[in-house]
Design a protein around this ligand. Structure first.
Ligand SMILES: Cc1ncc(COP(=O)(O)O)c(C=O)c1O
Length: 327
């Protein structure tokens, strides 16, 4: 049986008391070669409850933090098809918490409709606020209505949530160490709110793999997401670790120049499908991966294009497959 102690607690035992963790999935997630030079780490396999993928990694730290603060409800935000809101709704009860999700409109497709139906059936309180500015106006009401909730930004990308991808990167480093996969030159993930990119970049640097480029593929134009902001999120996460008792080497803390963002796969905007993304979605069943059009399709489609043009050089490229639907 694999050791259930998080890598962060193994590396800095003091964090076991100061940064609690609620295990919601079983690692390490599987890695395999998809085609010569392209590897995948399938984060969709992470999550022992009704949902898998990158949101579950973040929730392990978020739900434990909410409980530590004595909160009763986690209040979060997203678009109507929000994977994060749905994962929060499904996992909060496991930590003895309620969930409330305020949702804004987005282009509708079958995946979005199915997620929204599941969210409404989950037992979470759903507030249909339609637009970002109406959500902002309603925040004071939502705080009163849910009695001092634990407020979680969209995508779970708070510094506490970002710890989930620091942890996943340490897990990946251990897999590289034991020879499960070769050391990649580049790791590719989608950027929806930036937490996965921020955490993976910080985590690989903490693991001594600072020479591995982490490339985020931007799929969201509804939030300001640039290298400076994502570096600040990583820096806040490093500061949180340091405050709670970890000795974070200063040279491992990412700066804006360490954050790589590809902006050429977004198409018409967040939630608008692209031809390249849909082609990657169509490859999903053959690859045994649940690729969807909003995040992972655009990221994988771009990866395949750049790889075919020799853009990743000699070392392998690793795709972080972050989608994990469960029926
Ligand atoms: C399936 C999937 N992949 C990737 C992402 C992007 O992750 P992040 O929000 O951490 O940038 C999200 C959510 O935003 C997602 O739902």
């Amino acid at each position: 049986m694999t050791d259930p102690t998080p890598f962060l607690h193994r590396r800095w035992p003091a964090l076991a008391d100061t940064l609690p963790h609620e295990r919601l999935g079983t690692g390490p997630t599987p890695v395999r070669e998809l085609q010569p030079g392209i590897w995948v780490k399938d984060e969709g396999a992470y999550g022992d409850g009704g949902w898998g993928g990158n949101k579950v990694r973040k929730l392990e730290w978020i739900l434990a933090d909410a409980r530590r603060q004595g909160r009763g409800t986690v209040l979060t935000f997203g678009a109507v098809g929000t994977n994060h809101g749905l994962a929060t709704a499904l996992y909060a009860p496991q930590a003895g918490l309620k969930a409330a999700v305020a949702v804004v409109d987005q282009p509708l497709d079958d995946h979005v409709r199915a997620n929204f139906a599941r969210l409404k059936a989950s037992g979470a309180t759903v507030h249909e606020t339609h637009t970002a500015w109406r959500t902002t106006l309603l925040v004071p009401y939502l705080l009163l209505r849910h009695r001092r909730p634990y407020v979680l930004p969209a995508g779970g990308s708070s510094p506490v949530g970002v710890l989930g991808y620091v942890e996943a990167a340490l897990e990946l480093a251990a897999q590289i160490d034991t020879g499960v996969l070769p050391r990649p030159g580049t790791v590719v993930c989608a950027i929806g709110t930036g937490g996965t990119l921020a955490g993976t970049t910080l985590g690989l640097r903490l693991a001594g793999l600072g020479d591995v480029r982490v490339e985020g593929v931007l799929v969201n134009d509804q939030l300001p997401l640039d290298a400076g902001r994502i570096a600040r999120l990583a820096q806040k996460t490093a500061a949180l670790l340091a405050r709670r008792g970890a000795d974070v080497p200063p040279e491992t803390i990412p700066q804006a120049a360490d954050i790589v963002i590809a902006t050429d796969a977004l198409g018409a905007g967040y939630g608008h499908a692209t031809e390249e993304g849909l082609a990657a979605v169509a490859l999903g069943p053959g690859l045994g991966l649940p690729i969807e059009p909003v995040y992972t399709g655009k990221a994988l489609g771009r990866l395949l294009r750049v790889h075919a043009a020799g853009g990743y050089g000699e070392r392998p490229v690793l795709f972080l497959q972050t989608n994990g639907p469960r029926s």
